[in-house]
Design a protein around this ligand. Sequence first.
Ligand code: 0X9
Ligand code: CA
Ligand code: ZN
Length: 324
Amino acid sequence: FQAAAPSDYHTYASMTAAVNDTVARYPGLVSSRVIGRSHEGRDIVAVKVSANVAVDEDEPEILFTHNQHAREHLTVEMALYTLDELTSQYGRDARVTELLDTREIWLIPSVNPDGKHYDTESGAFRSWRKNRQPNSGSSSIGTDLNRNWDHMWGCCGGSSGSTSSATYRGASPESGPETRVVADFVRSRVVGGEQQITAHIDFHTYGELILWPYGYTYADTAAGLTADDRDAFVAVGREMAASNGYTAQQSSDLYITDGSINDWLWADQGIFSYTFEMYPRGASGGGFYPPGSVIDRETARNREAVLILLENADCMYRSIGKES
Ligand code: 0X9
Ligand code: CA
Ligand code: ZN
């Protein structure tokens, strides 16, 4: 078993360079915009991929977010894989071509660039999870961004109020600048009173899981989550899981989380929002730091699942025979 080194993965700088290079090579298909800045002032970038990328066409939009958690570096590789695949296969692969002609795809390759930088800057991995925002009255740094979203924040024992905890929920919902930047971006995609984004995956490591809301309750259905909604989450979730061998389940079946991005995107914005926990399945596969030799295999492993979500994004209820 080969241990990973920070040099096996893109840095924030080399990630940014890869994005900029792709924009330069495919100006008709890819654009990027700075949607805001992290606590330490790094750019948080959203990349748009679509035919006629410069035009805001009336097409279903799909969002992929990556790297909320600093040490989950494989998720940044997943963003760069998806970007490369969609661009290089446009005009070659019929499914990719059709999807870029009929969808607008947003990738945020690193939601937590300060944490990513901190996790590797010493030359050794630091197992850092949170952002790098100081907490007033405490020497402990950081908020768990995936406990900082504004739905049932701190409600249910699925986060911590202690600044030293790895799951510290922050002082208030969206108190993390990175949470706020991404939430503002999502809100900005409401056009003519309608949220354009219909489906989303938040990429994490590790566990090989596909998770759907809610995280704050064990109940299968709850406020704002009907039986049809739940059935559509399950149907598309299971279809994606059949393609990559992950285990599909409600996120609270893993453990209760409150203030997660999935719960906010669904309950507040009506977006079918999944979490993917990527490779490995368990700690013996390298945990958060699998060797660089698995990157190509473990990103390509999700190609089909990504295409499945993109194809379903125009009407998620088709998956349960309730097209409307
Ligand atoms: O705890 C988390 O935030 C995620 N697991 S991780 O090991 N990557 O930290 C799981 C979140 C799943 N829960 C919801 N999506 N609600
Ligand atoms: Ca388009
Ligand atoms: Zn995570």
